[in-house]
Design a binder for this molecule. Structure first.
Ligand code: GRF
Length: 191
């Protein structure tokens, strides 16, 4: 299954997806890494892994979100992408793009959804006194950070954790979880 990974930043989840795809028995391949941020650090990481990396800067499209998404979509179609994995893609999608990829787009979110959709998840979990945090992979639907959950991993919140410390622990869990859940997803949805 031909997968594109959409990023906006460091792309560490993208790297874990791409590295897992190197295994002979992995059911997906990462054929494209696309960023809305021209100098996203993850683009260079993709190149280093021998994966085609492109940027489609949203700034060039001003306020016209759909026009930007149409340009993104064209890049995906050009490479015969079958499944899209969002991995730190910091744009809210319009219903248009969501419908185009209905049932074929997944996202990773750094909280135990339905807890803490949106930003600053780790600070919110700490402020709430939670003893557990984690990450969620879900199918993308029109509501932000909603949609059917297809995988979750839990980590403890430790006494004295800062948001950064917790983020790091959750990231390790993300990197283990995403390749595994994406593999399951493509097997179930594409075969
Ligand atoms: C991750 O924490 C992911 O859950 C969230 O954005 C972050 C992306 O990190 N959606 P990276 O770019 O994969 O390092």
């Amino acid at each position: 299954t031909r997968v594109a990974v959409l990023i906006s930043g460091s792309g560490t989840n993208m790297v874990s997806l791409a590295k897992a795809a190197q295994a002979a028995d992995c059911p997906y391949e990462v054929v494209l890494v696309l960023s809305n941020i021209e100098d996203a650090a993850g683009l260079q990481k993709a190149c280093d892994l021998g994966i085609e990396a492109v940027s489609v800067p949203h700034r060039a499209f001003g306020k016209d979100r759909e026009a930007h998404e149409k340009a993104v979509h064209a890049e995906l179609q050009k490479r015969d992408v079958q499944v899209v994995a969002l991995a730190g893609y910091m744009r809210i999608l319009t219903p248009w793009l969501v419908r185009e990829w209905e049932g074929r787009m997944v996202n990773i979110h750094p909280s135990l959804l339905p807890l803490y959709p949106g930003l600053d998840t780790h600070a919110r979990a700490i402020a709430a006194g939670d003893t557990e945090a984690g990450c969620t992979i879900h199918i993308v639907t029109e509501g932000m950070d909603e949609g059917p959950i297809i995988g979750q991993a839990r980590v403890p919140v430790m006494q004295g954790d800062t948001p950064d410390m917790l983020a790091e622990r959750v990231k390790e869990a993300e990197h283990r979880l995403y390749p595994q859940i994406l593999s399951n997803f493509v097997i179930q949805s594409c075969n």
